[in-house]
Design a protein around this ligand. Structure first.
Ligand SMILES: [Zn+2]
Length: 143
């Protein structure tokens, strides 16, 4: 059982096309026993047709863990009539490159990675349990 803990957000200014705010939100994912992942999501409010970009770093956290104990998946989210869908992309192509995120997976490595099923479980949970992302997906995000 994974639980989602939504945390902070940062704002990146107005979209040059529509004037709405581009923002990044982030949060944490834990099992019943331990911290498991951190996620970032970037989108422009109301710009649902552009979708969203995500990074999810999965692995071992805490004082004795090193960045190499984690792997970061790059994900593009498209939002269609039936809801969001997720596509793996090279993690180097997403906006977050902090060292603590760990190894940045190419799309090819991500597709064969042992944490891939866990990643998609996390994405499903984020869609359900991060109220900020839910609001964006519903097309209503406004300050
Ligand atoms: Zn826009």
């Amino acid at each position: 059982m994974l639980t989602i803990d939504p945390d902070g957000e940062s704002l990146h200014g107005a979209c040059p096309d529509c004037g709405e705010l581009t923002r990044t939100v982030w949060g944490y994912v834990a099992t019943e026993q331990t911290a498991r992942a951190v996620y970032y999501i970037r989108w422009t409010d109301f710009h649902v047709e552009r979708g969203a970009q995500l990074a999810v770093s999965i692995g071992t956290w805490g004082d004795s863990a090193r960045p190499t104990d984690r792997a970061t998946f790059g994900v593009e989210c498209r939002i269609g009539a039936t809801g969001p869908s997720f596509m793996l992309v090279d993690a180097e192509s997403i906006p977050w490159q902090d060292a603590f995120l760990g190894t940045k997976l190419t799309r090819h490595l991500a597709l064969g990675h042992p944490c891939k099923a866990e990643l998609f479980e996390i994405l499903d949970r984020v869609v359900e349990d991060d109220p900020r992302f839910r609001t964006f997906l519903a097309g209503k995000m406004r300050d």
